[in-house]
Ligand binder design. Structure first.
Ligand code: SF4
Ligand code: SF4
Length: 75
């Protein structure tokens, strides 16, 4: 899972930016941000954030339609 930053909680301290192994994090407008496509999903940023502003997003749930009549036309 790729982490997400809680922008309301993040205070821009930069700890995660300094420790991200592939160096794909930065501070944008005073908040941590990352290039998600290049994230190695190591979890170090979440482990080191002193105020728990890094969250790992749960996988999106895929709901199967209960009946063919509810299936979207583009499928
Ligand atoms: S999970 Fe690892 S690679 Fe991804 S942003 Fe956090 S520290 Fe960087
Ligand atoms: S370590 Fe936490 S509070 Fe500091 S910049 Fe990163 S996400 Fe924000």
């Amino acid at each position: 899972m790729v982490p997400t930053i809680d922008a309301f909680r993040c205070d821009g301290c930069g700890v995660c930016v300094l420790k991200c192994p592939p160096q794909i994090m930065g501070i944008v407008k005073g908040k941590a941000a990352l290039v998600t496509d290049l994230c190695e999903e190591c979890g170090i940023c979440a482990d080191l954030c002193p105020i728990a502003a890094v969250r790992f997003k749960l996988p999106e749930r895929h709901f199967e339609p209960a009946h063919d009549a509810y299936r979207p036309l583009h499928r």
